[in-house]
Design a protein. Structure first.
Length: 491
């Protein structure tokens, strides 16, 4: 991959700068970038909120956020002092007192790159962009970063994109999906397109099916109110899982160029066979967790979580059978699965190769071989299983054996967190790992009919106890093709 140029001094303006995302992810990641020399020497961070904080108040909060972040194992006092010196706070009431925009203008340096990070709900993105434009703060080189969810359906996504697009050109708009910043996701591109031995196998002739899983042990907690308007389909499938599917199924781009890569991802989304009519019941499963035990702890069911009504058809689990209708993948099912309160947390892509067309070892079979597992978390790495003979005399016995690449062990260095990589790309002006407008809208075009069909069924999601592998319907879904989920195959 091409080397990025040295970072230029930038004013990074974070709307929602004192919120949860800023404190949990953005500020700790920026500290780590500062420590590792990835911030321009005079780069500054301006946190914007309605909180009325002083700079000292913000720096106290930022210091606690950095010290409490799991990736910051040792705080270097000199680096922290330098980083805190970069940050300041400006109070802006979007749609309220206009004096805040004047204060923000005074806090910015003329002639510098400007990045506006909208760590806010998408419904106010348009108002923020208009305020920036009306205050004269948007330069031709300014960039805007948008967090998901980008709408709740195609129409609302188009509305958000239209509002932001009226101020910022598409080439200056960065729609963030933190899954695309994970080291393993980027290594998927390298694995596919820098190793010639895999390309002849990466098609329907040799691959039986693909599984993409993003499982969480956490519940919705205090986000029940938000989650009731979202659900797992909007929260995870429409963005994270479909992006992973695109990177797995895309054709080789002509170059590692932002539009060449995104053009190929868009073709995958446009090739997805619609799930409509009777296929909704056959190819989709939705579930909702009930009370159970997760890693030894008794936890509430979804309907018991605070902040929501006593009844709800919101899904906390989704399993889908998707099909990419093109020459490379015709007939290969892609199973997508995500859920909360699962038995263990993991995100992975499993490529299940076909069995050999004729075995010369009758009776000496073993399950679990012929799988390439790309682990995104918790232990990033690549795991390939092959069949080998078990040592010993007597009957020939075969056993799956692993070829393992652990990033932590192989490279003996800390893998940067997703937001570190994505913030680096934003500051460098590289949008390769960010979603383009047509990608987002193509994903909604595929997802919307499924949600509409669920709403029309009138039946609630299938329940599953917290701490389990999900509803029984997920096993039936993959079992119709004679397959099993990867963790069951390994049991």
């Amino acid at each position: 991959m091409p080397q990025q140029p040295a970072p230029s001094p930038t004013d990074l303006v974070v709307f929602g700068g004192t919120g949860d995302l800023s404190m949990r992810k953005l500020l700790p990641s920026l500290y780590l970038l500062d420590r590792d020399g990835h911030l321009g020497g005079d780069t500054r961070v301006v946190a914007v909120s309605r909180d009325g904080l002083t700079d000292a108040d913000l720096r106290d909060k930022a210091s606690s956020a950095v010290r409490g972040h799991s990736a910051v194992q040792v705080v270097e006092p000199d680096v922290l002092r330098r980083f805190l010196g970069r940050i300041s706070h400006v109070t802006v009431d979007v749609g309220g007192d206009p004096s805040g925009w004047t204060d923000l203008a005074a806090a910015l340096t003329p002639g510098r790159d400007r990045v506006f990070y909208l760590a806010v709900p998408p419904m106010i993105s348009g108002a923020i962009c208009r305020g920036l434009r009306d205050a004269g703060l948007v330069t031709p080189e300014s960039r805007v970063v948008m967090e998901k969810p980008l709408g709740c359906d195609l129409a609302s996504a188009q509305a958000v994109n239209d509002e932001v697009g009226a101020v910022f050109e598409e080439s200056r708009t960065y729609r963030i999906d933190h899954y695309l910043g994970k080291e393993t996701v980027q290594n998927l591109l390298v694995l596919r397109f820098a190793n010639v031995f895999l390309e002849p196998l990466w098609n329907a002739r040799w691959i039986d099916h693909v599984q993409i899983t993003a499982a969480e042990t956490v519940g919705v907690g205090g986000r029940r109110g938000y989650y009731d308007s979202s659900g797992a389909m909007r929260d995870m499938v429409q963005n994270h899982l479909l992006q992973l599917l695109c990177l797995t199924a895309m054709e080789p781009p002509a170059s590692y160029d932002r539009d060449a890569v995104r053009d190929e991802k868009l073709k995958v989304l446009q090739s997805l066979r619609p799930i409509t009519g009777d296929r909704v019941s056959e190819h989709t499963v939705r579930g909702q967790y009930t009370r159970g035990t997760v890693q030894g702890e008794e936890v509430l069911g979804y309907l018991d979580e605070a902040g929501g009504p006593a009844t709800s058809d919101t899904e906390t689990f989704v399993a889908l059978r998707a099909e990419v209708a093109n020459w490379r993948w015709a007939g290969v099912p892609f199973y997508l699965r995500t859920g909360k309160r699962m038995e263990r947390a993991r995100s992975e892509i499993v490529i299940r190769f076909r069995d050999v067309p004729h075995t010369i070892f009758p009776g000496a079979t073993a399950s679990g071989a012929g799988s390439l597992v790309i682990r995104l978390q918790p232990d990033e790495g690549i795991h390939l299983t092959m069949l080998a003979k078990t040592p010993g005399a007597g009957a020939l016995r075969l056993r799956p054996v692993p070829l393992e690449l652990s990033f932590a062990d192989t490279f003996a260095t800390r893998s940067p967190e997703a937001y570190e990589r994505l913030l680096t790309d934003v500051l460098a002006g590289d949008s390769t790992l960010f979603m383009r407008r047509d990608e987002v809208e193509a994903a909604w075009r595929w997802v919307d009919p499924v949600i509409e069909a669920w709403n029309g069924l009138g039946s609630p999601p299938e329940t599953y106890p917290a701490g389990s592998s999900g509803p029984a319907g997920a096993q039936r879904l993959i079992g119709r093709s004679g397959n099993t989920w990867h963790e069951e195959e390994q049991a």
